[in-house]
Design a protein around this ligand. Structure first.
Ligand code: CU
Length: 177
């Protein structure tokens, strides 16, 4: 009898613990980690910049980033680049999906957190506070270092894709006499 009672107490505590940690961790802000985050340093007179990072989702839940916030700039927006007839253009987007057991890279030429109207120049050594807002309403605060990114040396990832290679030239029919 006594043995059974203590067993059920242990069971109950285990259940409580499980649901407690579940309620703490089962949100996007807890499940998603951010790595390799940086804000590109601004050139003199440049008021806009962007933040790049990798969002890692080790959980079984798919999430989306639906907004980004920060006081460092007048506006903070989610953006992507699209190739419009050979011209790279930026577009505001509603969300950035972070797949279950997956990751998404915000990188030059792709998705980014746009900082429009920086209140002061972004200089290497500074850091900028941002919050990522997820589709479940949770928010993740990140402190993003500012880095000088030289053209052509922007990242050291294993991604072979070279953003700075000129797009293949279209056939120029004007020269085909
Ligand atoms: Cu942008």
């Amino acid at each position: 009898m006594k043995k059974q009672l203590s067993k059920s107490i242990i069971m109950a505590s285990a259940l409580m613990l499980a649901s407690f940690s579940g309620s703490l961790l089962a949100d996007a802000a807890g499940d998603i980690s951010v790595s390799d985050a940086y804000v590109r340093a601004t050139a003199p007179g440049q008021a806009n910049s962007a933040a790049f990072m990798t969002l890692n989702n080790g959980s079984m839940h798919a999430y989306s980033v639906v907004d980004a916030e920060g006081h460092a700039a007048k506006a903070v927006e989610l953006h992507t680049h699209i190739n419009d007839k050979g011209m790279m253009k930026m577009r505001r987007i509603d969300k950035i999906d972070v797949p279950a057991h997956g990751n998404v890279m915000l990188k030059p030429g792709g998705h980014h957190v746009m900082l429009i109207g920086l209140k002061q120049a972004a200089t290497e050594g500074d850091s900028i506070h941002l919050s990522l807002v997820f589709n479940d309403g949770s928010k993740k605060m990140i402190n993003v270092p500012v880095k000088n990114m030289q053209m052509g040396a922007m990242d050291h990832s294993k991604d072979e894709h070279d953003m700075h290679k000129p797009a293949p030239k279209k056939m120029d029919h004007g020269h085909m006499h």
